[in-house]
Write a protein of this length. Sequence first.
Length: 607
Amino acid sequence: MELLEKKLQKHFGYSSFRSVQKEIITNVLNGDDTIVLMPTGGGKSICYQLPSLLLSGLTIVVSPLIALMQDQVQALKGNGIKAAYLNSTLSYSEEQDIMQDIRAGQMKILYVAPERLMTQGFLSFLRDLNISLFAIDEAHCLSSWGHQFRPDYKELKVLRQEFSDVPIIALTATADKTVRKEIGELLLLKRAKYFISSFDRPNLSLAVLPGQKKWEQLQKILLRNGGECGIIYCLSRKNTEDLADKLRRDGYSAQAYHAGLDNDERERTQNNFIHGDLKIVVATVAFGMGIDKSNVRFVIHYNMPGNLEGYYQEIGRAGRDGNPAEAVLFYSYRDVQMREGFIQDIEDEQYRNIQKAKLDRMREYAEAQVCRRQILLTYFSDRIEENCGNCDVCNNPPKFFDGTILAQKALSAVKRCEQKLTVTSLIDVLKGTNSPAVSQHQFQYIKTFGAGNDQTVFEWQLFIQQFIQLGLMEVDYKDGYRLKTTDFGEQVLFGKFKIDLVTPETIKTRQKVNKEKAAKIKSATTKGKNTFPMDDDLYEELRLLRKKIADKNGKPAFRIFSNASLENMSALKPKTMQDFLEVHGVGEFKAKQFGRLFMDKIKEYTH
Ligand code: ADP
Ligand code: ZN
């Protein structure tokens, strides 16, 4: 085994590097600047943590969130690595102790927030130290075009100015090409090497469902996930609270999370979720950055996000353990309208246009009738040649039918009602429903009133969505979101073109997606050690033991060993320390700490 692999095995318990990790680490150890683009859960941390162990001095990690720092430091300490963070949660004397350790050379990795790093006092403290490496985590926060701009990140150029010999590695999971380029420029990196790892997450199934009757559909998703952990993203704070309430009343373990809640409550919710006591977090985008929880089984977007970067980052929180997980997006025109509204309020024209373009990409994803993973990966300049086989479109390719007559009915209604109908009132007219909107304008007297009674409201919603996508009609945002026929629509109305629609059955079948497919894909892609089948009963025993140890140590269970490690352990049934080190995710430090306890349990079980 080569040196780097040995180190990886010894400290982290992994037998091999993932995709470009090794090339990145080699580049860092050569003293060169590095920019890393890797999806969430891809394994960015190892890219600076492993070098830090091989370099002589201290590695400084710039990290934007307290929760993220704590989490990483806990994980490192769990592997016996000397690490600490400096942030506002520490008392003066705790800080002094840490700085003492640093001066004494008793520290390999230090996490700090950018605002702390930039203080004159702290910079001069650093000047007296032997600094080997700066790692900038969540580096997209540097770019004002990114979706999480943090002004204090811009000041990080000081690092290159003041410590010109110290290499820098910048890492992010979310950066389009503009942002990527900016990261290098803003940090004053000259010849930084870019490493982009694949964004594909084959174990994550992708689906888009109609944004109507969401509650009913949600219950089905929760049912098939039988008590597993997941996140539901909503657009507004109020939405998160309402939905969490509703879920609790239905017997689910659910809590809301948003930036308007006080710190204690947010922290409690986050910890309960990480420890597994809380199953569902209903959150705004404020939740999730830096949360390293491997067994999140689903991420549901109750509302459509504004861009694919954010979306990909959010769904990337599911299935980090490599086991099947699902990402479901509810899509409705109402959400598009809301987003358009937000964007129109942006004053800076250039910024507004960028956000608009990003929203368009998001919509294309949501409306796609081709493999969704291809759309997603192409966006991140990754490409897959074939259909993924694990998205709703691949699983249920669209079936089409001639929808010309349906379109003509709708177009005719829109015209006869003098272009005054919204999606909702158009459906009222087609169905012949005497709603207030209808009677107000006396639409019940037009010729097409009730002409679409053979179709359900749900079906009309699906059709109208497609009419808009096909360009037969458009939503006029400036005129109360009323529908207007287009030139193309006129031509269809007068029989010059035929149009095809996706059948409602296609959509209905997609609503029934299940994870079987993902499970198959997982078993095909899992390489390595799990050649023996896992032992379910033993696995349960090991989980109980882990829970005991975790409670005793006041740590989350996955910090002792991940589920993947326990699965592998139950399969390998190690008897000796050497066997135990073969288990996925077990390094020397943890083996020494917990190996005996787990092997005793295994022995007891096999006897
Ligand atoms: P992110 O890219 O989101 O920062 P992390 O660095 O937190 O991802 O890594 C995600 C998970 O993958 C962690 O549990 C980490 O220990 C694990 N991991 C990283 N590298 C490897 C590897 N080479 N083999 C197995 N697991 C790995
Ligand atoms: Zn697909």
